[in-house]
Design a protein around this ligand. Sequence first.
Ligand SMILES: [Zn+2]
Length: 396
Amino acid sequence: MAVSGAIVVGPDALGRSVAIADGRVVAVPPAAAGRLACADGMIEAGAVCAHTHLYSGLARYGMPPAHPPPAGFVEILQKVWWRLDRALDARSLRAAAYDYVARALIAGTTTLVDHHESPNLIEGSLAILVEACETLGVRALVCYGASERNFGRDEGRRGLAECRRVAASPLVRGLVGLHASFTVSDATAREAGALARELGTVVHVHVAEAQADVDDARRRGAAGPLERLFSLGALPPGSILAHGVHLDRAQVRRAADARCWFVHNPRSNEGNRVGYAAALSATERAALGADGWDADMAEEEAALERLARENGDAGVDGRLAAGQALAAERFGAQAEPLAPGSLGDLVVRRDGAVRHVVVGGRVVVENGALATGDFDSIVATARVEATRLWSRMAAI
Ligand SMILES: [Zn+2]
């Protein structure tokens, strides 16, 4: 039974109940509130995936490997992701988004901070993502990552214009996206910052993910990508900087002092062999992201803990809490999860497994199953669209 509107979840095994009305946790539930019992479960705050790419949702369905294998980070982008993103059309993007969101919710992730690019489908692409997020019921921050890497300045302008089209809703907020310093001109970076200020939002951008981004910024006369973006006014307070692998602790602190958030993506960084983001432990404003991998934040946190041990990094506590604070900031909610005034997003686990998921007071996963869509049919569509996408990709 799916319940929407006002709801009381609990009491759980510890006797705790959480009431949600109008999307927020409330101290006193309305009389007509529905109930979700969980006497044998444990209520916890929903997880936030603070940087990801819904467009990569079909990669799990047999994406062909690149031949010959990419030699480094920029080749991984050129041979894999920048071909996949150019091959996307409306059908494949919709299928990717539904599959990615469904799996995220089932894993107990209640907010996705997405960074989108589909250069041959810019206009209207964010509406497809928003529709998937709202239908299945995940909270989302969305943006188009403006870039000039395919079609030049006009591509950058069209990317920013797409960011402007996102209307705020109870579950969705728009951000302004830049792909990364190394694929945008000064003018596009400047315009991104100005647009974010005009819209009352922030910029979401990849920063110093690999050494190539640093080298490029130096060639342009800046100390690095962070300094370049700051000097162009592209990082308003609250902006979201994915990666920061090739930054030092002083740079991280400076950006955090300017109220920026960082997002550590341990599995992605390991997979792309770009290094370990050791300097992020210089701030508490570092959240956790999946960067296109499954948005299962328990898996991501386990990878973080493993890599932190291997790298002698003792400063990785609180990354999931930082993601919750980031989401609360963008939605203007109380930052302490499950407290009155916070976002009405929670998970009930039993024996560690996700049983129920509630987002904004709507039950989106019940007894471990997606309650807001037909998971089997989402997967079947994704398989069909993936096959079509791989043949489109082969032609690029
Ligand atoms: Zn990314």
